[in-house]
Design a protein around this ligand. Structure first.
Ligand code: ADP
Ligand code: MG
Length: 488
């Protein structure tokens, strides 16, 4: 394994601007194929899920799967696209052993989903990537290369699996932005349930079109990196490609339009073929399939069945719980995360605190152990109890972190943990005052500095008192007491 080059962080690389557009194939979660009744289940014995239509036997005809169309409509509604009232299936002609018909049924001139946009945060910056289109098409079969017997086999189980190909404008300007876009798109298709999102099994595969140019120049020639099926490889492949293209141009070579593959073992992209143009595919409308007609009523019926979308939910979180757009977006990364937040916020009445703990401590712990929120050892009602105890001043923030540790290790009763660890904040003013007096007496230097106008000297004193109280003092109360005693 080659050592991994560091990710490109800057927007201009050696004076070049990076331009990226994505084509993503999302496998639609229908039980049967797009034009036949064969099963789409993953992992079956080769050729056990390929019926006469998938094998392209003479005399067979395709029949459109209504569920696939509804999933395309759901996607269009989720990202604010125009749903074409009439779209056309076309034949994309090419020869390949895993394509028995000699053509793939796709959509060309009039796709079912047109326009729309995907919005997401890159760090704290809001980005919008415009979509050109999303069209329905069938997947091809698979060639299996059995090196040990020196033969290749064809598995047609995947032939006819429904795909939605989602195409963006060339709006992205870095690998980080491309990955953030792909993650957001993945979130949307899994949230609305049209795709299982399983990248290892190929249910969500991205092709990244990459070019570079000097700022202000027309678009450069692109190369298309095929079939990226992990977010990590996506970033590595794009960064390698960007450095390679700049190297070529700097050496005086023009970029040839090409299709390339990323090899995760070497970390390099390599040309697989020069890129075909649309004209090479001899597209024409498929005479076996009538136009796909979608009525307003059908669209409205689909809309009525859809659950609340992530961006609507984020807007509602901002309005109902007074959260920032950034926090609301963080909390709607998945449906599971959003429901966790809502139940913690409702149970505690402390939405902002619950949000802070979820995006802070909880997220950090989950990431560190690669757990999903559904696997969190701390359940939403327990987190609600914890933030409730911070809000009613029973414990300080730092004590709360100790309670959280115990909860993470399996404790379930917040009050019991507070008692057994003796973490209750000091409410006895007399005892606290005694500590404050001691600290004032022992720190004459800080005291005189504060009196001389140095505000920072007060923090040093607060720190000493918090330490002497073993974290049980209420910092605000300490502050007030100190200022009272030191006021001249
Ligand atoms: P094709 O029909 O050959 O697939 P498209 O025009 O449909 O080509 O573009 C395919 C993808 O490539 C789109 O996502 C588009 O945004 C992207 N793209 C087009 N031109 C460029 C370019 N110069 N640099 C980067 N991406 C590009
Ligand atoms: Mg294309």
């Amino acid at each position: 394994m080659a050592s991994t080059p560091s990710p490109i962080k800057s927007l201009l690389v050696g004076g070049y601007e990076v331009v990226i557009g994505f084509e993503t194939h999302a496998q639609l979660s229908t039980r049967s194929k797009i034009f036949s009744r064969a099963s789409t289940a993953f992992g079956a014995e080769p050729n056990t899920q390929a019926c006469a239509v998938d094998l392209a036997l003479p005399g067979t005809l395709p029949v459109m799967n209504k569920g696939a169309v509804e999933r395309a409509i759901q996607f269009g509604l989720a990202i604010g696209s125009h749903i074409a009232p009439r779209s056309i299936f076309a034949r994309k002609n090419y020869f390949y052993p895993d394509l028995p018909k000699g053509y793939q049924i796709s959509q060309f001139e009039i796709p079912v989903v047109q326009g729309g946009a995907v919005e997401f945060f890159l760090g704290e910056e809001k980005k919008t990537v415009r979509l050109v289109r999303a069209h329905l098409e069938e997947d091809a079969g698979k060639s299996l290369h059995e090196d040990f017997i020196g033969q290749s086999g064809i598995d047609l189980n995947r032939a006819g699996t429904p795909l939605l190909e989602i195409v963006t404008e060339p709006d992205m300007r870095s690998s980080a932005e491309a990955v953030a876009y792909a993650k957001e798109l993945h979130k949307i298709v899994t949230w609305i349930g049209i795709c299982d999102g399983n990248m290892q099994e190929g249910s969500f595969r991205c092709d990244a079109n990459v070019s570079v140019r000097k700022p202000g120049q027309p678009l450069g020639t692109r190369r298309e990196i095929k079939n990226l099926n992990s977010f990590k490889f996506m970033q590595q492949a794009i960064d390698f490609e960007v450095r390679w293209q700049i190297g070529q141009i700097e050496d005086g070579h023009a970029i040839q339009q090409a299709t390339v593959l990323f090899n995760p073992d070497t970390g390099e992209t390599r040309a697989m073929r020069t890129k075909e143009d649309a004209a090479d595919y001899r597209y024409f409308p498929d005479p076996d399939l009538p136009p796909l007609c979608i009525s307003e009523q059908w669209i409205e019926a689909v809309r009525a069945q859809m659950a609340e979308l992530p961006r609507n939910m984020a807007a509602r979180f901002q309005a109902d719980y007074a959260l920032s757009e950034y926090d609301a977006t963080q909390l709607t990364q998945s449906l599971a995360m959003a429901s966790y937040f809502e139940s913690a916020a409702r149970a505690s009445g402390q939405a902002k605190l619950a949000s802070n703990w979820m995006t802070g401590e909880l997220a950090r712990r989950l990431n560190a152990q690669d757990l999903s929120i559904a696997q969190s050892p701390v359940a939403a009602p327990t987190l609600a109890q914890l933030v409730g105890r911070i809000a009613d001043s029973t414990i300080s923030n730092s004590a709360a972190r100790q309670v959280f540790d115990a909860l993470w290790e399996g404790a379930t009763d917040v009050d019991a943990v507070i008692d057994s660890k003796g973490l209750k904040q000091m409410n006895d003013t007399g005892a606290l005052e005694a500590i404050v007096d001691e600290v004032i007496a022992a720190n004459a230097k800080n005291v005189s500095e504060f009196k001389g106008g140095n505000e920072k000297a007060l923090n040093a004193l607060v720190g000493q008192i918090m330490k002497a109280s073993k974290g049980k003092a209420n910092p605000q109360q300490v502050n007030d007491l100190l200022r009272g005693k030191l006021s001249v």
